[in-house]
Design a protein around this ligand. Structure first.
Ligand code: ZN
Length: 457
């Protein structure tokens, strides 16, 4: 049976960047956008061009440099915003203008100070104008989940009639419950004329910790685009976390039988790159990509893991790109191992850059026993910024991330426990000998710093 394809719309660079402490400059945004391209997201919302010159420039440079993904620019529902977004998207191979306008009474009355009639007219006019410039137009009725349902249907219908090809239903304030959100999507499908001509999208905030659950409920009710962000960053408590959405569908195809184009092995590098750029670390127990996400501490769990990882593991670290814990970087490591680890940390280099990093790495590895990820990241930054010295790496000074966890990591053969192919499999239901490779590795060998350092960033 063919699975419905879900469009992954990443808003790390727009909504995500609006989180306190997560602002990025143009270069950083471009670098992250390139990683999002490798990750396989379908749409990159690159920014809000009228908001600032920096945002404009970021959208412009991302639009000019990435050809595969759709590049979206955000605009309020007015001519000036739409024109500015369109201007920024000029170089894009696949541009999208994303128009939004609040529709809830509370926003209309206190924020916009306009009537429902005016709101309807403004939405229609702005979408029509955007459509006259760009064939791909998305419309978002902001605060949709607190909007009168009949009025919401009216606005969505008008936006589609005016040319919107995607209608996004934001739970702007993170207020909805999964069942409620699913029902709202269902109601729109039933009541809005022309809804089949547009893709329905979710955009859920995490104020009650339900962003992912709400998004999944929306998908089950017929939404075919999910807006989300790496590490779940976004306004206030954040957006739906991209890695959680994707892996929920992958690990439980029996419940969520949908496809995405995401390359699972790039989830962890993307998360690491974002944390490194923004210097906002990922919470240790964060699902999928937190440093404890694959750590097992309780004795009974460790015992089970040694006998068969499937006892306590529903997906493999490899399936989300968590580096192979057997690879330890030291002075005997080669260029290839170094390049691989750099890649796992979200950095890809030209040969010449890699030569320079390797040269410094060898000097460093000669002085300290093991080169940890945090050291490597500092070294990479030094090289990237042209700093001469990367010597201040032996102490904890300058460390941006918490120290490594003191829990046990279980190395395994790459092919174990559904390994590289885990994206399509359902390891929790696999029985038999998968993952046995780790059993032969003595317990004590792995209760060491060497195993922990992978999680120290
Ligand atoms: Zn938002």
């Amino acid at each position: 049976m063919e699975r419905p394809r879900i469009t992954i719309f990443d808003t790390t660079l727009r909504d995500g960047e609006q989180s306190p402490g997560c602002s990025m400059n143009v270069q950083e945004k471009l670098r992250l956008a390139q990683q999002l391209d490798r990750l396989g997201v379908d749409v990159i919302e690159a920014g809000f061009p009228i908001a600032s010159d920096g945002d404009f420039e970021a959208v412009q440079s991302i639009a000019a440099s990435l050809r595969r993904p759709i590049i979206a620019g955000l605009a309020r529902a007015c001519t000036g915003d739409v024109d500015r977004a369109w201007q920024a998207l000029q170089g894009a191979a696949r541009p999208r203008i994303h128009v939004f306008l609040a529709t809830s009474d509370i926003h209309l009355k206190y924020k916009l100070r306009i009537t429902r009639e005016k709101c309807l007219e403004q939405a229609r006019d702005a979408v029509r104008h955007a459509k006259s410039l760009c064939p791909d137009v998305e419309f978002s009725p902001e605060d949709a989940t607190r909007t009168d349902v009949a009025f919401l249907c009216q606005v969505v219908e008008a936006a589609i009639a005016a040319g919107a090809t995607t209608v996004n239903i934001p739970d702007t304030v993170g207020y909805s419950m999964p069942e409620e959100y699913g029902n709202l999507i269902r109601t729109l499908r039933e009541k809005v004329a022309g809804i089949d001509k547009a893709t329905i999208s979710t955009h859920c905030h995490n104020d009650l910790g339900l962003a992912v659950a709400n998004s999944l409920a929306g998908v089950q009710a017929g939404a075919r685009q999910v807006e989300c962000a790496i590490n779940g960053i976004g306004e206030r408590a954040g957006n739906a976390s991209l890695e959680e959405i994707v892996m929920a569908m992958r690990v439980r195809p029996d419940r969520y039988c949908y496809e995405t184009a995401i390359a699972g092995e790039h989830l962890y590098p993307s998360s690491q790159m974002l944390a490194e750029i923004t210097r906002v670390p990922v919470q240790p127990n964060k699902a999928i990509i937190g440093r404890n996400a694959f750590a097992h501490e309780a004795g009974i769990h460790q015992d089970g893991m040694l006998k068969n990882p499937l006892t306590y593991e529903i997906m493999t670290p490899q399936s989300v790109g968590v580096p192979d814990s057997r690879l330890v970087l030291g002075k005997h490591s080669g260029r290839h191992a170094l390049a691989l680890r750099c890649e796992q940390l979200g950095h890809q280099f030209e040969r010449r850059e890699l030569d320079e990093i390797y040269r410094r790495f060898v000097v460093l590895a000669d002085r300290i026993k093991k080169v940890q990820d945090s050291h490597l990241l500092e070294l990479i930054q030094d090289v990237a910024s042209g700093n001469v010295s990367s010597s201040d790496v032996t102490g904890s000074k300058g460390k941006k991330f918490p120290p490594a966890a003191a829990t046990l990591q279980f190395p395994r053969a790459v092919s174990a426990a559904a390994g590289a192919n885990a994206s399509d499999s359902h390891p929790a239901q696999v029985s038999g000998s998968a993952g046995q490779a780790s059993v032969s590795i003595p317990f004590t060998d792995h209760h060491s710093e060497q195993e922990d350092y992978l999680w120290g960033v």
